[in-house]
Write a protein that binds this ligand. Structure first.
Ligand SMILES: Cc1cc2nc3c(=O)[nH]c(=O)nc-3n(C[C@H](O)[C@H](O)[C@H](O)COP(=O)(O)OP(=O)(O)OC[C@H]3O[C@@H](n4cnc5c(N)ncnc54)[C@H](O)[C@@H]3O)c2cc1C
Length: 251
């Protein structure tokens, strides 16, 4: 009698989870992918959704479609809330259901850190999910609309000042994309304001942008950002944020 197939449960249908599922395509196992969202998200292009260059559906694909042809794979929409390694079960949030496993792969990704300042979440949302991207896009477009209706010149300038904190890849991409849409796309859409005059400020605590890359790449990225009109400030940790502005570098 053939032995029953082992059950592999993968929590997370991101790059890691999908790669694991594909690697097990021909393995003699049953696979269950559990994700709290029904889509796999191509996070590298989130900044393009946040700056209105792409639509959410351009960077999200249903997990079911990705594994449609993989006969040993089954998909459950649900949020894993706990793992009982003794009983070998994963508990899901919705109706307290449980998924039993023989082998478990946890590929739930990472989230950003506010370094002990969780009160910054509201004024300065991160960029990890489609919801984050759509919210940032909403705030950017609403700011331009508010500037167009404003009569006080200093308030117009305030509405058209965007601060990006952190010059890692996401911050650098966001700053560059925001400068590009302001100078090249939105410029033609407004009558009273000139989006091309928007201030886009990128603030980094460390000495250079893209600190994980070579000094040459950092210098090149900085030059390209400045050519797009981005104000790049380095060696200047942000110490406070509220809905009117940020305090940085002890200033
Ligand atoms: C804005 C941005 C830009 C990036 N740009 C690049 C780039 O240019 N190049 C590059 O190589 N990398 C880039 N990355 C990093 C890359 O996207 C990540 O390294 C990669 O997505 C990590 O894959 P993962 O499978 O570990 O996690 P994720 O892709 O985050 O997937 C985790 C999955 O787990 C699910 N999940 C989480 N918790 C639970 C739970 N409790 N229950 C059920 N499901 C759960 C989530 O819904 C998600 O689908 C970027 C990331 C971001 C945010």
């Amino acid at each position: 009698m053939p032995s029953p197939q082992k059950h592999v449960v993968i929590i997370g249908g991101g790059f890691g989870g999908i790669a694991a599922a594909r690697a097990l395509k021909r393995a003699p196992v049953r696979l269950t992918i559990v994700d709290r969202r029904n889509h796999h998200l191509f996070q590298p292009l989130l900044y393009q959704v946040a700056t209105a260059a792409l639509n959410p559906s351009d960077i999200a694909s249903p997990i079911r479609r990705i594994v449609r042809r993989q006969r040993n794979a089954y998909v459950i929409l649900g949020e894993a809330t706990s793992i009982d390694t003794r009983r070998k079960i994963v508990r899901l949030a919705d109706n307290e259901s449980e998924v039993a496993y023989d082998y478990l792969i946890v590929a739930t990704g990472a989230t950003h850190s506010y370094f002990g300042h969780d009160e910054w979440i509201e004024p300065a949302p991160g960029l990890k999910t489609l919801e984050d991207a759509v919210e940032i896009r909403r705030r950017v477009l609403v700011a331009y609309e508010a500037a167009e209706r404003e009569v006080d010149a200093s308030e117009v300038a305030n509405w058209m000042t965007f601060v990006i904190i952190g010059a890692g890849p996401t911050g650098v991409e966001m700053a560059g994309a925001l400068a590009e849409i302001s100078r090249r796309v939105l410029e033609r859409d407004f009558r009273k304001i000139d989006p091309g005059r928007a201030r886009i400020i990128l603030i980094e605590a460390g000495p250079r942008v893209l600190p994980a890359m070579s000094p040459e790449s950092s210098a090149s990225a900085r030059r390209q950002l400045e050519r797009l009109g981005v104000e790049v400030i380095t060696n200047s940790p942000v110490t406070a944020i509220d809905d009117r502005g940020v305090t940085h570098g002890g200033a």
